[in-house]
Design a protein around this ligand. Structure first.
Ligand code: ADP
Length: 421
């Protein structure tokens, strides 16, 4: 079997959730993953770990109540050495960190100061940031002395101007409690917008992109000259587009109505907005776009309505970002839905005919399942905006940032939080 691994210099990318831990061993030079896996149901009665190494799938049970530490120990003891990978092959660990607040506008080498800054952001993303801290602690034990880098979902959006990030609320809520719009999915928006510039044959500073990351969570970003200037998620990932189970934009008066008139408690409101809404809530069937497309073709009215609202809201955001950017060089679709659903892309683009958007049916069907390229009609129709499908690769960004930071001696590498920007 050909060995895809370059010896040494690989980055172990960790994405620690509250009850899960995704891991991957990535070559930062080309993004190849020689190993990827998932620790699941952590802290519960039947935790497990499953992984793919050199194309082969494996799984194992973990002890009852096992958490991030046990998964990382299992990775080191059973998977890495079992797969013939030496500890010395791992040059760094890259952690996905959901919330960096205003403290981080780029990735940083982790040290005590960074850990305490991530801790300070726990209030903004309690489940995620606490899990990341557990992951960092576990990785420090398993790989003593190995450099670890934090890559923040929020960092890319720290370039937003204040008109885009300040809510029309009493200003002291921002000053005293950091209540503002932060945005998420920054690593993905950054990756696809840079890739779009490559595909357009231009420097990232010379292109304006609208990037739509459509997965279970979904967000859209307006990127001017390589910098995020607006995005649809806000203080939390609830704001913006219709998502799998999240509602996206609603009238904030709804919360009062639910609490005061309908007697919902905070936990019920949280569950309703985050877990029972979106595609699932509208369709009363599923949060899964593929399942809804199938049901819609079979005449399921809830599925039809959910997809219609999803596309309408997305088209509305895209149109509004034409007003945010000085001009638009390309619209990019990414994430599970953006990369695979020809139906959603066509529906959205047809709603945007007034802005010149057109879709080429054949190209649209070709650009699925990992394919990358344009889906607007071939040039000749010069007024048609470019529409690109670009598979995202957040793990590669994390591996690249980690490799660059440990190779360089810049301020990011010193582990200093960036300060507000
Ligand atoms: P996550 O945010 O959990 O990482 P993904 O980016 O994997 O999510 O996206 C999951 C979504 O992508 C689901 O709604 C799924 O139905 C959708 N999806 C995946 N493949 C297809 C497809 N071929 N057609 C339509 N939707 C798809």
């Amino acid at each position: 079997m050909p060995n895809k691994r370059a010896n040494g210099g690989q980055v172990l990318v960790l994405n620690c959730g509250s009850s899960s831990l995704k891991f991957a061993l990535i070559d930062p030079r080309n993004g190849n993953a020689s190993l990827s896996g998932l620790g699941d149901s952590l802290g519960h009665s039947v935790p497990s770990v499953s992984w793919k190494i050199d194309g082969e799938k494996h799984s194992a049970a973990l002890p009852v109540g096992a958490k991030h530490t046990e998964v990382i120990e299992f990775v080191v003891t059973n998977i890495l050495s079992g797969g013939g990978i030496l500890r010395a092959d791992v040059a760094a660990i890259g952690h996905r960190v959901v919330h960096g607040g205003e403290k981080f506008s780029h990735s940083v080498l982790i040290n005590e100061q960074v850990i305490s800054a991530i801790q300070d952001c726990v209030a903004l993303a309690p489940l995620h940031n606490s899990a990341h801290l557990q992951g960092i602690e576990a990785a420090t034990k398993a790989f003593p002395g190995l450099p670890q880098v934090a890559v923040f979902d929020t960092a890319f959006h720290q370039t937003m101007p204040r008109q885009a990030y300040i809510y029309a609320l009493p200003y002291e809520l921002y000053e005293e409690h950091g209540i503002r719009r932060y945005g998420m999915h920054g690593t993905s928006h950054r990756f696809v917008s840079e890739r779009a510039a490559d595909l357009l044959g231009k420097a990232k500073a010379d292109v304006n992109i609208i990037s739509a990351h459509l997965g279970n969570g979904a967000s859209i970003a307006a990127i001017q000259a390589g910098k995020s200037v607006d995005t649809s998620m806000g203080l939390t990932p609830l704001e913006g587009l219709v998502m799998g189970t999240r509602c996206g934009d609603v009238d904030p008066g709804l919360l009062l109505h639910l609490g005061v008139r309908l007697d919902y408690c905070m936990k019920e409101i949280n569950d309703l907005l985050n877990k029972k809404s979106g595609l699932l809530g509208i369709s009363q069937l599923s949060n899964d776009c593929r399942a809804l497309e199938q049901a819609a073709t079979e005449g399921h009215q809830g599925a039809q309505l959910a997809l219609e609202i999803f596309c309408y809201r997305l088209a509305k955001y895209i149109a509004s970002y034409h007003g945010v950017l000085s001009h638009v060089d390309a619209l990019v679709f990414t994430g599970g839905i953006g990369e695979n659903s020809a139906f959603i892309r066509e529906n959205v683009l047809n709603r945007l005919n007034g802005l010149g958007y057109r879709v080429d049916e054949t190209r649209n069907l070709e650009m699925r399942f990992g394919a990358e390229g344009a889906i607007e009609p071939p040039s000749g129709t010069t007024t048609t905006p470019k529409v690109l499908v670009i598979p995202t690769n957040e793990e590669w960004v994390i591996a690249r940032d980690a490799a660059q930071i440990i190779a360089s001696g810049n301020s990011a590498a010193s582990g200093q939080p960036a300060g507000g920007s």
